[in-house]
Design a protein around this ligand. Structure first.
Ligand code: F6R
Length: 248
């Protein structure tokens, strides 16, 4: 793992955006795995800036999002479809037919999940997967206890995750109870991982991920086994780490 510790969330976001931009310049038809949530927002702003000011070209990329709430229509302001279009896609020149986001309204969720897995494979897999991390150590919506070999499927969201995400809804009851999520095994097949975390409330999850034993209780710990995982965190998220991480 390459652990990059940055001064603050802005520096973390800038570094992450540069890494995504390098991937796209290196391989213009890259398959990029996108995440939602608060963590990647400033990175998406940087990528939009790079597109508008420096002509970073997204026209050939293909995207696959990690997850989506079940039973929220794409038009719902808290759906991850809505999030991605509002915060990134509508500001860049991505080809809409190259965008893939799990369909929370799918009639047959199991069939949809199998289709999603096949679709990722048909593009030759994900070149670069962006990840956030839950305070409980989840990646995508692979909650504690998720099989470390899991594939795209429906997951029940734990109370901690629903409480964390209730800040986006008017109350806890409105937070969906289920999500479609790429599995831990699906994520681990991406050629490169870019995991971001900032803030003191991620410090325990980062400590477990970087320095703890690998266990299903903290699905993010599996990234220790990935050959090309880069973890970009700010000082606060890094504050409980004991090792010396000197990569710049
Ligand atoms: C979102 C996702 C989640 C978030 C995680 C952190 O697509 O996969 O795993 O990355 O819940 O969320 P934030 O960034 O809001 O703290």
């Amino acid at each position: 793992m390459l652990i990059l510790i940055k001064e603050n969330a802005q520096q973390m976001s800038l570094e992450a955006a540069q890494q995504v931009a390098s991937q796209i310049k290196l391989k213009p038809d890259s398959v990029i795995g996108f995440a939602t949530g608060s963590t990647p927002l400033a990175m998406y702003k940087e990528l939009i800036k790079m597109h508008k000011e420096d002509g970073l070209d997204f026209s050939k990329i293909t995207s696959f999002n990690l997850d989506e709430y079940v039973e929220l229509p794409p038009s719902h302001p808290e759906s991850y479809h809505y999030f991605m279009w509002e915060n990134l896609f509508k500001h860049i020149n991505i080809n809409p037919s190259n965008v893939h986001i799990p369909m929370g309204m799918a009639g047959n969720i199991d069939a949809f999940c199998d289709w999603y897995e096949e679709k990722i494979k048909s593009y030759g897999g994900i070149d670069l997967q962006i990840l956030g991390i839950g305070g409980n150590g989840h990646i995508a919506f692979n909650e504690p206890g998720s099989s470390l070999g899991s594939r795209t499927r429906i997951k029940t969201l734990g109370l901690k995750t629903r409480l964390d995400n209730s800040r986006f809804f008017s109350n806890l009851d409105e937070v969906p109870k289920y999500a479609i999520t790429m599995g831990v095994g699906t994520i681990m097949e991406a050629k490169k991982l870019l995991l971001l975390a900032n803030g003191i409330n991620k410090a325990d999850a980062i400590k477990a991920t970087v320095e703890g034993p690998i266990m299903a209780k903290y699905p993010a710990t599996i990234v220790q086994l990935h050959r090309y995982a880069t973890i970009i965190i700010d000082n606060e998220a890094a504050s409980k780490l004991e090792g010396e991480y000197i990569d710049k």
